[in-house]
Design a protein. Sequence first.
Length: 576
Amino acid sequence: MTRKSPSDLRSARWFAADDLRSFGHRSRWMQMGYDAADWAGKPMIAILNTWSDAQPCHAHFKTRVEDVKRGIFQAGGFPIELPAISLSESNVKPTTMLYRNLLAMDAEELIRSHSVDGVVLMGGCDKTTPALLMGATSAGLPMIYVPAGPMLRGNWKGNVLGSGSDAWKYWDERRAGKISDADWTEVEAGIARSYGVCMTMGTASTMTAIAEAIGMTLPGASAIPAPDANHIRMCTQSGRRIVDMVWEDLTPARIQTRAAYENGITVAMAMGCSTNAIIHVIAMARRAGVDITLDDFDNASRKVPVIANVRPSGDTYLMEDFFYAGGLPGLMSRLTDHLHLGAITVTGRPLSEALEGAAVYNDDVIRPVDNPIYAEGALAVLRGNLAPDGCVIKPSACAPRFLKHTGPALVFDDYPTLKANIDRDDLEVTEDHVLVLRNAGPHGGPGMPEWGMLPIPKKLVKQGVRDMVRLSDARMSGTSYGACILHVSPEAYIGGPLALVRTGDMIALDVANRRIDIEVSEAELARRRAEWTAPPKRYERGYGWMFTQHIRQANDGCDFDFLETQFGAPVDEPAI
Ligand code: FES
Ligand code: MG
């Protein structure tokens, strides 16, 4: 392998020349107390840190960044920390999805505009993983991903609590009048009791697992619990490794091949992944010049069984258990028939080497492929006259009797209307109804919020109903569950067929045949379409305006059209 020489370093353009520009750069680094011993001939490594005071999942990044820096110093690099927007899933309104592409742009331009040779990305909370990877992939410098790691298991009176999933579950119990105020406060204090990301198989753990599976983290990094000392060591090892990646010129383009993305999809399926993974992986892959579509997910889901028995697809375990059971290398060691083992990772070595010695230590947490928790994969892509460009359902997380179901629609035009009416005692609804929420997509939400797990009407909750067929152009949290059909494309707000559904129309769902249809004649739909008028764009100025001008639909990954790699050749920084 040819190695770069110090004069080849991108940072040398800022530091090495004997000219006035470089004098300016050097003198300003000296202003901070550095000198040539810090920078001369050394890879400058940007650490994009998504820590903030409003980001509980990344609270430890405030100090973990020092562990990353330690590794970079040890390997002879020069670390610089560049804060990036943090996107706390639990705090940012109206939805972090509105800002995923903003963080991607932030990451790309931070890298492009600074004198850096390589990048460490520190993220984990939901959108931060795809956003950082999208931006850094477009920037194209060698990079390594440091996942925040899952938080510890929740605990309430000896009961294990899972992020999100148990919030919804106990909230339904509370709505049914079965949980006291005092107990509810205790649940609140017990469900998130350490830093780190949601410890169910939500979007965070799904996306960090995918980051590892496509080769962008050190092997075994993604499932290490955030408070575990192994996590500190992983941070330092990642710091050491990125310096060598610069010398080896191991760019994301060399790692993020089609084979790598197929590995990512295989792992996502075996993990019982969050439905959000589809949108993010499509967008990430396209940044890498790999054309992944909804059908790649559906094909994989028919072949790869769900073997990670982690909630919400599994019934008991959480990410902490998954780590003790062998983590992602353990899981991948059971999927070798489905993986491209020659794909290289940030180690510069093939995946097969990363899996040497990988083992499973608990067959109930990581199941053998012949004893899966769900034989047919995590996700199904449906099409039909309601969703010509596709939509998704997570069969592994819904009651089996709903996999084939026909029922009358109960339509809510937007989320406020849903919220105002869903708990009315006189709502005309049965458990056979299909609850429909529209105008909750990329344009309509705006930002495609996680409203897709529509609440079960209170009057049905009181009768013991806990699942129903629900249909929307929204997303749903990876920690959610139920017979929820999501990401209907095109969305209602831009005139997709979902805009034409009326209360009482019969809707037919058939997961085995991958169909979702409205049983209304083409002539009647055409008549309704002629009556439909487009609502105004959501924003008149600012970032939101830009968002509505350029956002793509869910089946295309919700990237901005002008950021997709295919849009044009990347623009390098000008000579200085
Ligand atoms: Fe941060 Fe769930 S809120 S990962
Ligand atoms: Mg989430």
